[in-house]
Design a protein around this ligand. Structure first.
Ligand code: G3P
Length: 220
């Protein structure tokens, strides 16, 4: 499962890219607003930091504006993936961009039928929002599971499931268990994936015992 950082924080992306833990980045208008910086500058900088896909979302809601914006976004860098809302106009733009060889990420997916339409429109990624379904008392991972089943029923659909709105390590492991192709999450959640209290305490004990040997692996 690919891991994407869901952020527009350049320092966090630099750190994660150096660690080798991320395969790409997703952004959305909220994250861009939080960065307080010009959208096109931020996205261009992010695209230079990672080799994998960088999702950048259009702001228009009508086909013509979406296409004009998508044309600007896809020309920023070769790894830009144009993010489109799951509306009829968004799906139309998805179909057009996909036919032109542009990678797309159809976002704000909350139902299995929406995911089916996005795949038929040739989306590279579908982004089901797990946490936001949990927020209204549903189980967001059920949606991931249902999408996995219907996509597997039709091998001609080659859209990747990008589990989004993941808030906890449990969301991430559930996405992996279901077989999501990718998962996007805030940097803090990526950090939590690597940590375990028994790893921390075990390492402390090893370091203490090693110090007592008085040895050094490196020449002194
Ligand atoms: O980028 C889309 C998604 O991951 C947003 O997550 O936590 O705002 O629902 P959240």
């Amino acid at each position: 499962m690919k891991i994407f950082a869901d952020t527009a924080d350049i320092a966090a992306i630099e750190r994660l890219a150096r660690s080798g833990l991320i395969d790409g980045v997703t952004t959305n208008p909220t994250l861009i607003a939080r960065s307080g910086r010009p959208f096109l500058d931020v996205v261009t900088e992010i695209a230079a930091l990672v080799e994998g896909p960088v999702s950048a979302e259009v702001s228009g809601t009508e086909f013509d504006q979406m296409m004009r914006e998508a044309d600007i976004l896809r020309n920023l860098a070769p790894n830009i993936c144009v993010k489109l809302p799951l509306t009829v106009d968004g799906l139309r733009a998805c179909k057009q961009l996909s036919s032109e060889g542009t990678r797309t990420n159809v976002t704000l997916c909350f139902s299995v039928n929406q995911a089916l339409l996005a795949a038929k429109a040739g989306a590279t990624f579908i982004s089901p929002f797990v946490g936001r379904l949990d927020d209204i008392g549903l189980d967001g991972t059920d949606l991931l599971q249902d999408i996995r089943v219907i996509y597997d029923n039709y091998p001609e659909l080659d859209t990747h499931i990008l589990a989004a709105s993941l808030r906890t390590p449990n969301h991430v492991s559930a996405a992996a268990r279901i077989g999501a192709d990718a998962a996007t999450m805030p940097p803090e959640v990526i950090d939590k994936l690597a940590s375990h209290p028994l790893t921390t305490s075990g390492l402390q004990m090893f370091l203490k015992d090693w110090a007592e040997t008085g040895q050094s692996i490196l020449p002194r």
